[in-house]
Design a binder for this molecule. Structure first.
Ligand SMILES: Nc1ncnc2c1ncn2[C@@H]1O[C@H](COP(=O)(O)OP(=O)(O)OP(=O)(O)O)[C@@H](O)[C@H]1O
Length: 230
């Protein structure tokens, strides 16, 4: 699903953030990306989503070499990915329904089809019945579930989450990780950047650890086929 080959990135201010990273995440795989603040986790996720072009190396996602795609194909690439953020990134003057349906509105879907998909997405995160409420009336965990519903409404092959539980208490955080696991169980590839080591240590997923822009260690692999070569 994701393959990095010798990927390095230097921001315009001269800071080297990723240093010759090579790793792959198989189709249907779930893994956690760990590392101290500033280690380069968000930068790596942005490279996967084609939100930045690394300075060197190859990023291949779903078989496409991102260095070779341009214009409209970048938008198509992003549409195949669901992205979840720490601060939920919801529109507070829009209802839950409108927030979740937004990616489909942008794609020009018909209202009827949007309504069907939004309900299915809200059902998947156990928020059916909250369509008409506004995000700020929900708890943090519920707001993040709205963010997840928006990310999955177009049925992406890959979910990327950047510190999705950073603003949640441990119980809600566990809930959110449970939702990612359920999507993974039905075949969605999932890569979650997180500081929540205590929460993920017990889980049967690979840890990809970034330190000073390099992959420095890996946790146990209990299933799947994920390779890291630092
Ligand atoms: N647009 C940018 N221009 C210059 N430097 C940047 C830019 N974006 C990030 N950085 C720097 O790159 C480094 C890695 O940032 P990144 O956000 O990828 O780390 P992170 O591991 O996700 O951190 P956190 O856990 O705090 O979110 C940091 O030192 C950051 O200040």
């Amino acid at each position: 699903m994701i393959e990095f080959k010798d990927v390095s990135h230097r921001y315009q201010n001269g800071q080297d953030v990723l240093s010759r990273l090579s790793f792959s995440l198989a189709h249907g795989e779930m893994a956690f990306l760990t590392g101290a603040s500033g280690a380069g986790k968000s930068t790596l996720l942005k490279a996967v989503a084609a939100m930045l072009r690394p300075s060197s190396g190859q990023v291949i996602v779903g078989g496409a070499d991102l260095a070779t795609i341009r214009g409209g194909r970048i938008a198509t690439h992003r549409q195949r990915i669901g992205i979840i953020f720490q601060n939920f990134n919801l529109l507070h003057d829009r209802t839950v329904f409108d927030n979740v349906g937004l990616p489909l509105v942008i794609r020009g879907w018909r209202h009827q089809d949007i309504a069907r998909r939004v309900r299915a997405a809200l059902d998947a995160v156990e928020l059916l019945g909250k369509e008409r409420v506004y995000p700020l009336t929900l708890s943090g965990g519920e707001q993040q579930r709205v963010g997840i519903a928006r990310a999955i409404v177009a049925k992406p092959d890959l979910l990327l989450a950047d510190e999705p539980t950073g603003n949640l208490d441990p119980e809600m955080a566990q809930d959110i990780m449970g939702i990612f696991r359920r999507f993974n169980e039905v075949g969605v590839s999932v890569l979650v950047a997180t500081h929540a080591i205590d929460l993920i240590r017990q889980l049967p997923y690979r840890l990809i650890h970034l330190e000073h822009g390099r992959l420095s260690e890996q946790g146990p692999v209990s299933h799947g086929d994920l390779h890291v070569s630092p």
